[in-house]
Design a protein around this ligand. Structure first.
Ligand code: SF4
Ligand code: SF4
Length: 137
């Protein structure tokens, strides 16, 4: 679904359900829910776009992108990471950690790689990559 189509769906959702939800004081939660659906859908599309773009890159370009993402990764400051002996990074795009076992908080949502690559999940070190969590691998 394209971005304009998602906007139409979200606004239709508000227009059709709003009057009923308003009667039960549920109008504003409905608006936020629709906006969240729209924004979530946008992120999902960005991820899919990035997957297509990286597939078209040369090996050298892909290597440079991964190196840049690894440089930006903020896992090393995360409470689930500190003290585990883990040295690897970029679990969102590579694989789960073999050392991190306990989920004590995840800082992925504030990581610049997330917005750059269109990531929409978290706890990649324990739950698997973005692709795995989306059931794509
Ligand atoms: S999203 Fe998480 S796993 Fe991926 S680079 Fe950022 S901090 Fe590391
Ligand atoms: S993936 Fe999330 S939970 Fe795991 S180390 Fe990185 S920031 Fe922390």
């Amino acid at each position: 679904m394209s971005r304009p189509q998602r906007l139409i769906v979200a606004l239709s959702h508000v227009a059709l359900c709003g009057p009923y939800a308003a009667e039960s004081n549920g109008f504003y939660p409905l608006v936020y829910y629709s906006l969240a659906l729209f924004i979530g859908g946008s992120l999902m599309d960005k991820w899919e776009d990035m997957v297509k773009k990286t597939a078209q890159m040369s090996e050298k370009e892909r290597g440079a992108l991964m190196a840049e993402n690894k440089r930006l990764c903020i896992c090393a400051k995360c409470p689930s990471y500190v003290g585990t002996g883990e040295k690897e990074l970029l679990f969102c795009l590579t694989s789960k950690s073999t050392k991190i076992k306990k989920e004590k908080g995840c800082t992925c949502r504030t990581c610049p790689v997330g917005s750059k690559m269109g990531l929409a999940r978290d706890y990649y070190c324990t739950r698997g990559t973005e692709a795995q969590q989306r059931g794509k691998k």
